[in-house]
Design a protein around this ligand. Structure first.
Ligand SMILES: [Cu+2]
Length: 239
């Protein structure tokens, strides 16, 4: 009987040790969390093209890697791009539909997006953490109507800058929407198209939007669109 008890406890300790042994192994592998937005065209009658693309947010340790791949955007101009959301409460932003064209001019301008999308929050320019929106370091599309944008920022620095600007809010990526803006300066827009302050409406006109969602395991990332936007020749010869 005594021997039996002893052997049980020995087994218990062995099992415990085996369990402890696996924990450091699991921690050693930093897990990547991925959020993704599929961007659909807005105001295609103005742009004359369907601006589509993908935004990816990869979080690994303190790295927040942001990649935005667009095609069908107006060429050779800078495209402002941000995530928008609600600065109060925990309401999730959504992309506008035709219903949001409040003044029925056939165009969804930036101001008309606010009831469903909230406000401009984080810029995807040279320095997202600076959170400086009206600034000319956004990506410029090539003459093939495409661009690829990528930045890696410190997640902690981004969260701190965000909390400072929007007290009580967290990044909450899956409550936000990504917007791509911009048509050429010469684009004629009716006076009914509103913008922000004295920024020309051509700069802020939304051309694509996508809701950010947490990507499940096995979600394809960096697909054909990204490859196409990078200009990788398909079946052709590289110079
Ligand atoms: Cu925006």
């Amino acid at each position: 009987m005594r021997r039996h008890l002893l052997s049980l406890s020995t087994l218990g300790i062995t099992g415990l040790l085996a369990g402890v042994g696996t924990i450091p192994m699991a921690l050693a592998q930093p897990t990547e969390v991925i959020y993704r937005a599929e961007l659909s065209p807005l105001n295609p009658t103005i742009t004359g093209t369907d601006a589509t693309g993908e935004a990816l947010f990869r979080i690994s340790g303190d790295d927040l890697n942001i990649q935005i791949t667009m095609s069908g955007v107006s060429p050779l101009i800078e495209h402002w791009q941000h995530f928008h959301g609600f600065p109060e409460g925990d309401r999730a932003a959504t992309c506008p539909t035709a219903k949001e064209d409040a003044n029925h001019d056939g165009i969804i301008d930036l101001i008309e997006t606010e009831p469903v999308s909230g406000t401009t929050m984080v810029p995807f320019n040279n320095d997202p953490v600076a959170m400086d929106i009206p600034q000319n370091s956004y990506p410029t599309a090539g003459d093939d109507n495409r661009y690829f944008y990528e930045r890696t920022v410190s997640l902690k620095a981004m969260e701190a800058a965000f909390a400072k600007q929007f007290p009580g809010q967290q990044l909450d990526l899956d409550h936000r929407v990504v917007y791509i803006h911009g048509v050429p300066e010469a684009t004629i827009l009716p006076d009914s198209v509103a913008s922000l302050g004295d920024i020309p409406a051509q700069v802020t006109l939304p051309v694509a939007c996508g809701k950010i969602e947490k990507a499940g395991p096995g979600t394809p990332v960096g697909g054909e669109l990204e490859q196409a936007a990078r200009g990788t020749p398909v079946g052709g010869s590289s110079s």
